[in-house]
Design a protein around this ligand. Sequence first.
Ligand code: SF4
Length: 140
Amino acid sequence: MILRGDQLAGVTMDADGLKAAGSSVGTAGLIVMDETTDLIRVITRITAFYHHESCGQCTPCREGTGWMHKILNRFVAGQGTMADVDLLLDIANNIEGNTICALGDAAAWPVQSMIRRFRDEFERRAVAPAAAPQPAAAEA
Ligand code: SF4
């Protein structure tokens, strides 16, 4: 689960501390990104991974990861819309809890979390796509 920098002050890097901050220890992997990071490209890359890894057994995961990936690629290409932000969240919410293995939830949570923490970035990119930190080709 993604946290903003201003939510990290005083947080201990253990299960209880991260849970209290609204995240989780997960597999104990931690990625720290500074303000130069293009968060749209980050979440697109994460989603590309889950789209690729989906085995296709469950419809919400099989279709949903692909739809999220497609929409996020639109943002990377500077073609995302304000409606796409809510659509992305809706797709992620419909994947969560509706699949037979944990990959579905694992695909939904980063998207939900990124929109929850950085909705302003999605909206900024939708309104002014030219303001993206760097020109970017769509993630494969
Ligand atoms: S949730 Fe698991 S079982 Fe279902 S399609 Fe995704 S990877 Fe396959």
